[in-house]
Unconditional design. Structure first.
Length: 157
């Protein structure tokens, strides 16, 4: 089990989670099509997966010493977690645009509560998967002893 924390200030951003394969699109519902209420999140509680197409984080410079998203190393630059596993963040209200919740199309909409770094996108609208996508340029994986395991866990590294 690992925890993701802010690269800048080390604020914990998730509860303890374990890696699983990302669920296929065919097995994940958006709320408007879900046969159950409330719509379940894309990721099961207590799990995370590397996003194979992390296009939400292709803008802006990366922090010093971190890879830039959208580059050839793109797979592994974004991590998807369940909304219930996120903590230590505050909403960026100006980017929480959507009809029933944030769509997640206007850039990071969650900031680290410790330092204000824009660390994640929350998607929770009626037409989107219910998910939190962490930008691993700003969120690192650490084990129970607080050791950085990000480089070891990134596919292709």
């Amino acid at each position: 089990m690992i925890v993701f924390r802010c690269v800048r200030c080390r604020t914990e951003l998730t509860t303890a989670v374990r890696e699983v394969p990302i669920p296929p699109e065919s097995s994940t519902w958006a709320p408007f099509e879900a046969p159950v209420e409330p719509c379940p999140p894309r990721m099961a509680p207590g799990t995370y997966a590397y996003d194979p197409e992390p296009s939400r984080f292709s803008w802006g410079p990366a922090p010093k010493g971190r890879p830039r998203g959208g580059a050839p190393r793109a797979p592994g630059t974004a991590v998807v977690v369940s909304p219930g596993d996120i903590r230590g963040v505050e909403p960026i209200e100006r980017r929480r645009i959507g009809c029933c919740g944030p769509m997640g199309l206007d850039g990071p909409n969650l900031a680290c509560a410790g330092c204000g770094a824009e660390v994640a996108v929350e998607a929770a609208d009626c037409c989107t998967w219910q998910e939190i996508v962490l930008d691993t340029r700003f969120a690192e994986a650490v084990d129970a002893q607080g050791r950085d395991v990000s480089a070891r866990d990134v596919p292709g590294s």
